[in-house]
Design a protein around this ligand. Structure first.
Ligand SMILES: Cc1cc2nc3c(=O)[nH]c(=O)nc-3n(C[C@H](O)[C@H](O)[C@H](O)COP(=O)(O)OP(=O)(O)OC[C@H]3O[C@@H](n4cnc5c(N)ncnc54)[C@H](O)[C@@H]3O)c2cc1C
Length: 504
């Protein structure tokens, strides 16, 4: 299911795929908000840049985001002061506030019509027991120098106990913004190639890299891995430091007057709200229903709770769009920005934006551009990508290890207990055929699609996602459609497909 942004924008940005070998200064892999922000800044500095994108411009996480542009990353600053230091928290706040200004500067100088509007951003609670956390966050943020406010009245259609308000935050249409970045990149004679999957990066000389797509090679002095989840496993080991989390969004139309402001609540179940103007109409976006990517979930717990929430306050509402996407969550909640690995000099990465990638991607782009220009960036220490500090989030680390171990070993030995006949039309499951595990999907008309249900990233057993009719990896979050075509990273290869229709 595609987002409101993708569904309502005419596809006016098409680029060729790479069809010959090329030499360049900088090769950016991935055309989401991070990759295009890097390519934009570097183009403006006069570098020769090329962007290689596996699919289309911005149609992965960025094209499915809620697109709140804010330094308010949930209740985060008290956590940063306690886990790191006051200076760390203050710098994190400053650099994310600066990112809002940087985004506005790009929009103004490129004259991008992307429905950018300033809005207040709120983290609210409806529970008395949570109020002390909100008040504490207000105190901490004020002490860091941002004049935030504690409020008890907001525009939401229900009563709250209290909220922390950040003023002068913003929202926009993310896809229109990306298209504007593309114009800025190509107007400086730089090139973007879509439908071009990068499969490898290798050192060519001490100062150059060879980047392989399926058919061609690019030679570059600098490489930026902007693939959302880093697709090279060794070195880097990013798969041991992050997991992916999926959230769901619905866009509703109602005759009732809608509020201003962007909202998220402080504890589970998370609900997020913002409005968006589409073709002169103000729609309401409601997000939530989050779970670890690859963990089987049902309609009631995802879109269902959002629809229930929408009907509670807007009984007349019509649900126009619904979609979901996922983001990388670092175990210590700090993005990874900088060198991909100490053994790959001049290869850079930006990842782990933990569902706050609008400002984080701009922060990442400015840090990496400074690195390429050999300029000191006073904020780069916050996001050091090769940090080896002990992971504080021990529970999540344990979860990740157990989940990966189960999916890699135990589940593969465990015999599947579903039989082919048990699988209903429009549903899927793993069964055993001749002692081999096979992932079966039966279409509504009974047509059978069969794949080898083993992730092409690191070999985890996939699970069936009955909401989207996809095969999802519970270890690292790669996703494949029912025909086995890879749709989401970190995997980039398709699943093996079996033709069973003659046998059944
Ligand atoms: C439900 C949800 C709501 C969110 N809401 C907000 C919000 O309100 N505010 C906010 O700040 N953040 C939000 N985020 C987070 C934000 O959307 C992301 O952090 C951000 O979009 C990530 O951008 P990206 O460029 O890293 O990744 P992407 O947009 O996924 O771009 C990566 C690109 O790399 C390409 N690629 C992958 N592998 C290869 C390969 N091998 N070769 C070539 N290309 C490749 C992909 O096709 C893709 O186009 C939200 C996230 C979720 C999940």
């Amino acid at each position: 299911m595609n987002s409101l942004w993708i569904n309502t924008l005419k596809k006016n940005k098409s680029f060729p795929s790479l069809s010959k070998d090329i030499e360049t200064d900088i090769c950016v892999i991935g055309a989401g908000i991070f990759g295009l922000s890097c390519a934009y800044y570097l183009s403006k500095l006069g570098f020769k840049v090329i962007v290689l994108e596996k699919d289309s411009i911005g149609e992965k996480t960025t094209g499915h985001t809620t697109a709140k542009i804010t330094s308010q990353h949930g209740l985060f600053y008290d956590y940063l002061v306690n886990s790191y230091s006051e200076k760390f928290a203050s710098d994190y706040l400053k650099v994310n506030e600066m990112a809002i200004k940087n985004i506005k500067k790009i929009i103004d100088s490129e004259k991008i019509k992307c429905d950018f509007e300033y809005q207040n951003s709120y983290v609210y609670t409806t529970k008395k027991s949570e109020l002390s956390n909100i008040k504490k966050e207000v105190e901490v943020v004020q002490s860091l120098g941002l004049p935030c406010e504690f409020v008890t009245k907001v525009g939401l259609p229900f009563n709250i106990e209290g909220a922390i308000c950040f003023k002068n935050q913003a929202q926009f249409n993310p896809l229109k913004y990306l298209y504007g970045l593309c114009n800025g990149i190509t107007s400086n004679n730089n090139k973007i190639f879509t439908n071009t999957t990068v499969t490898n990066i290798e050192k060519f000389t001490d100062y150059t890299y060879l980047i392989s797509s399926e058919k061609n090679l690019v030679r570059a002095k600098f490489v930026i891995v902007a693939t959302h989840y880093p697709f090279i496993n060794f070195p880097g080991f990013y798969f041991t430091k992050m997991y992916q989390s999926t959230s769901y969004i619905i866009a509703i139309d109602t005759k009732k007057t809608l509020f201003n402001g962007m909202y998220i609540n402080s504890t589970d179940p998370i609900f997020s709200f913002r409005t968006a103007k589409i073709a002169g109409k103000k729609l309401l976006l409601i997000g939530g229903g989050e779970h670890k990517t690859g963990k089987p979930s049902c309609y009631a717990d995802t879109y269902g709770i959002l629809e229930k929430e929408a009907k509670k306050y807007y009984p007349d509402c019509e649900i126009l769009y619904k979609w979901n996407t996922r983001d990388c969550i670092p175990l210590d909640k700090i993005p990874y920005i900088g060198e991909y690995s100490t053994s790959l000099p001049n290869v850079f990465v930006g990842t782990g934006f933990k569902k706050w990638g609008m400002t984080s991607s701009n922060v990442a782009a400015t840090i990496i551009v400074d690195k390429i220009c050999n300029k000191k960036n006073r904020y780069e220490y916050l996001f050091n990508s090769s940090r080896l500090k002990p992971i504080k989030n021990k529970d999540e680390l344990k979860n990740m290890i157990v989940q990966s171990a189960n999916s890699l070993v135990f589940d593969k030995l465990k015999s599947a207990n579903m039989s082919f006949k048990d699988i209903k039309n429009d549903s899927g499951s793993i069964i055993e055929i001749n002692n081999e595990k096979v992932g079966i999907y039966k279409a509504p008309n009974g047509k059978v699609y069969a794949v080898k249900p083993v992730c092409t990233h690191l070999g985890c057993l996939l699970s069936w996602n009955d909401i989207d009719k996809t095969w999802d990896c519970p270890c690292h979050g790669s996703r494949f459609d029912y025909r086995g075509k890879n749709i989401y990273d970190p995997a980039f290869k398709d699943l093996e497909y079996y033709d069973l229709n003659n046998d059944y």
